[in-house]
Design a protein around this ligand. Structure first.
Ligand code: COA
Length: 382
């Protein structure tokens, strides 16, 4: 029989533990295959749109034409954020981290949705549509607000990807860039029971509302070991600064047992299939802008980490240089991840509400027992 310490180590981080049944997404870490509701991510990235993927994640099937039209209309009708939420954001310190801002602003949306507490499918879907429609508006608005610029109202003739870039920059993206960004949103939409999605399911499992569950997901996604890694990848590339410096930098980081951001994955033991697309986009942006440095450095890090540690890049690795060359501020990379991942979170929350059971695991107690309580005045000092 294993000791208590050994068995805790074996389940540290709940690796390999199956904590829910789900039909939303599946990660095959050995073969590097990701599916959403049965469809391979490569097929969806090649042929689908982010809005269609949202429908798929929530409904378990692809929409028919008229359904899709109606669905897209509903999302676009909910692009506008409540003016009160935007007014609230204007009170925040300008240097606030955009993920902290997004978490707080998204939480406040609950006040302006009178049906937002319903956890039955009809009400929960409505809340999911509002949240999915508004989150990009809030994320883009914050960048305008903190830079003292006017907030740009969403344009309902644009899809989520186009609209986000439009509200951020005040200019509509060209078709190529809009398509590339749309595929980025598809790639980040769901990833089975990742930390933030599990968080949303735990919160939803208490029958807390969609807003509370998504707010908790945002808090989890912000961490540097999860969605926060993409910003840190770009910080790392900027810190290294030059292709020639990559190898000594990586050697030193490994010698100091520091983790290289954007590398490694809790489930994939081979190439993350999303990284395949993002590598292509990073190269595409390098070719388009004539700035190949960040792509070249990323490729070198990838090669070294494979040679030295047998590790592969994850979704965050090449998204960093892609977004950087799109001119997106570094600290908006994780909010963009959230603009996409909200589709997976809300899908999982709907699934959780549909077959709810309070999530309440046990801890293996490894502390002392039977201690005798000593009153404070008998414990001495120091
Ligand atoms: N750079 C260098 N070494 C790494 C590493 C990285 N990015 N990721 C893992 N390792 C090493 C660890 O140091 C550890 O080595 P050791 O056994 O000698 O101590 C070993 O690999 C296992 O690491 P661990 O963190 O326990 O594995 P995990 O399965 O929990 O790791 C991540 C998953 C994603 C948390 C981890 O790879 C990581 O922190 N990556 C960087 C952050 C990141 O990109 N996150 C986004 C994930 S999509």
């Amino acid at each position: 029989m294993s000791t208590a310490t050994e068995s805790t180590a074996a389940t540290a981080g709940l690796r390999g533990v199956v904590a829910a049944q789900s039909s939303i997404g599946d990660v095959n870490g050995e073969e590097g295959i990701l599916i959403y509701q049965g469809y391979n991510i490569h097929d969806l990235a090649e042929h689908s749109t982010f809005e269609e993927v949202i429908f798929l994640l929530w409904n378990g099937r692809l929409p028919k034409s008229d359904e899709f039209e109606e669905f897209e209309k509903q999302i676009r009708a909910n692009y506008d954020a409540p003016p009160e939420a935007l007014a609230l954001m204007k009170q925040f310190p300008k240097e606030a981290d955009p993920m902290d801002v997004l978490r707080t602003a998204v939480s406040s949306l609950d006040f302006y949705d009178k049906d937002g507490h319903g956890t039955d499918r009809e009400h929960a879907i409505k809340a999911a549509i509002k949240l999915t429609g508004q989150i990009g508006t809030l994320a883009a608005a914050w960048d305008r607000i903190r830079n003292g610029k006017d907030v740009i109202s969403p344009d309902k003739s644009l899809n989520i990807a186009e609209n986000f870039l439009y509200m951020l920059r005040g200019e509509k993206p060209n078709a190529d860039e809009a398509h590339m960004f749309d595929v980025c949103l598809i790639l980040h939409a769901d990833h089975e029971l990742n930390a933030s999605t599990f968080t949303t399911r735990v919160v939803a499992g208490t029958l807390a509302d969609m807003y509370g569950a998504v707010t908790a997901g945002l808090a989890a996604l912000a961490g540097p070991l999860h969605g926060g890694a993409n910003t840190n990848v770009m910080k790392m590339l900027l810190e290294i600064g030059d292709l020639d410096k990559v190898e000594p930098w990586v050697d030193q980081a490994l010698a100091e047992k520091r983790k290289i951001m954007g590398i490694g994955h809790a489930v994939y033991k081979t190439e993350d299939p999303r990284a395949t697309w993002l590598r292509k986009f990073s190269k595409q942006m390098a070719d388009k802008t004539g700035v190949s440095k960040w792509f070249d450095m990323s490729q070198k890090i990838e090669q070294l980490m494979h040679e030295k540690k047998g590790m592969f890049p994850n979704v965050d690795f090449y998204s960093a240089s892609t977004y950087y060359l799109m001119g997106i501020p570094l600290d908006l990379y994780t909010p963009i991840f959230a603009v996409s991942r909200i589709s997976g979170w809300t899908g999982h929350i709907l699934e959780q509400y549909g077959h709810n059971k309070l999530i309440r695991p046990r801890a293996e107690y490894i502390g002392p027992r039977d201690l005798k309580y000593v009153p404070i005045n008998e414990r001495g000092n120091g």
